[in-house]
Design a protein. Structure first.
Ligand code: ADP
Length: 382
């Protein structure tokens, strides 16, 4: 294998793969559109070759030829090629060709998800998304993650909101993550959650301008270069909105499903619909909608007001054919606790709000479990 300090480019890898022929289909791997999930990292190259599942076992020589071709590029230190099944055509990756250390089950039951490289040790990844900012997506993500942990699961939380990382504040974690080997990062921990955020690495006040490729590599590093260990579930707090960056992320991450956070206002619901469509476009199952700031209970008299026209999300979910996962009221205690790094699920576990988050977490997990196979542990809510 070639060594040296030469930077390996995607173009060089594609060029090398363009010389590897799949004789049965009379073309090369690139020309036939068989390469996906190409990831480059400091001379380490990872990609998948999409094949018809019936041909899987017979294609080991093709996979090896592809690895060999890329390994010959100056600067390449390691190559991992994985055979994956065509979209919608059945089970992924022939066992003979699975990447070393890959988890025993795919991150999602099928579709485009099976084409993405799973992440070793992580059972399922779920995205928490919203059509626009300020609807309480991050507050929901942290409390959902804590709700899953309270239900006995090993949980990680990845703050992919690279434009406005709020997890350092919401989890009460300060300081930089350490890197024992100079290559990978250890996640920070609090309340039993393993947490990674770009906010740990940069100053929260520093304005960040991200271009497409930077977004992709930042996310991929936070996912794949972090020592997550064994997790049942990784909750990803997505950037708000449905632009290109969000779409890229939804495409890049092997998501088992997404939850959409919405406030009851009509306008937010229109945005929520965009979020829903975005995930559907990339074949990520939408697990359901959570209505946040659903209603307001007066702290003095206990009177409940539906200030935003409560119930919109439930009706909208029905209309859109997706599940309604639950509602969280607007309450100062939720704001104060999440903004002070003591989310309500851990700081007031007996409150009805914590109970509501745990209930939503249980519904989310049940949906993941039913899609992700029998290996997942079962949780019981009392
Ligand atoms: P987003 O991630 O959608 O931008 P955040 O989670 O940062 O939204 O929430 C925006 C603000 O609203 C924060 O100050 C947060 O504490 C507050 N907030 C979120 N959900 C609630 C709620 N249910 N009740 C009261 N305040 C909330």
């Amino acid at each position: 294998m070639a060594t040296g300090r030469t930077t390996v480019t995607e173009a060089a890898v594609r060029e090398a793969l363009g010389k590897v022929r799949d004789e049965e289909h009379g073309g090369d791997l690139v020309g036939l559109g068989m390469i996906s999930g190409l990831t480059l990292r400091d001379g380490h190259v990872l990609f998948s070759i999409e094949v018809d599942p019936q041909r899987g076992p017979a294609l080991e020589p093709l996979r090896q030829a592809a690895e060999k071709a890329v390994a010959a590029i100056p600067g390449v230190l390691s190559v991992t090629a994985v055979l994956t099944a065509h979209r919608g055509s059945g089970p992924a990756a022939a066992p003979a060709a699975a990447a070393p250390g890959a988890p025993p089950r795919p991150a999602a039951p099928g579709g485009a998800q099976s084409r993405k490289l799973p992440i070793a040790g992580i059972g399922s990844i779920i995205a928490v998304a919203s059509g626009k900012g300020g609807v309480g997506k991050s507050t929901t993500a942290v409390n959902l993650a804590l709700g899953l942990a309270a239900n006995g699961l090993k949980v990680g939380l990845l703050d992919a909101d690279i434009y406005g990382p709020s997890m350092p504040r919401m989890t009460g974690i300060t300081g930089k993550p350490s890197s024992p080997d100079g290559k990978s990062l250890d996640p920070k921990e609090n309340y039993g959650l393993k947490v990674m955020s770009i906010g740990f690495l940069i100053d929260e006040e520093t304005p960040m301008i991200w271009r497409g490729p930077m977004v992709q590599s930042a996310l991929s590093q936070m996912l794949r270069d972090v020592n997550w260990g064994q997790l049942d579930v990784l909750v990803v707090d997505m950037p708000p909105g449905t632009g290109d960056a969000q779409l890229t992320m939804a495409q890049q991450v092997p998501l088992a499903g997404a939850v959409i956070v919405s406030t009851p206002q009509d306008i937010a619901l229109l945005d929520a619909r965009k979020g829903l469509n975005m995930f559907r476009k990339v074949d990520v199952p939408v697990l359901g909608i959570i209505e946040n700031m659903s209603y307001f209970c007066c702290p003095n008299c206990g009177h409940r007001s539906d200030i935003f026209g409560h119930g919109g999300a439930r009706a909208e979910a029905e209309k859109l054919g997706c599940d309604f996962l639950g509602e969280i009221p607007l309450d100062i205690a939720i704001r104060e606790t999440s903004d002070s790094g003591q989310p309500i699920v851990v700081s007031a576990p007996d409150s009805p709000y914590a109970e509501a988050y745990r209930g939503i977490a249980a519904r989310v997990w049940e949906k993941i479990r039913s899609g992700a196979g029998p290996a997942a542990p079962r949780i019981v809510i009392e």
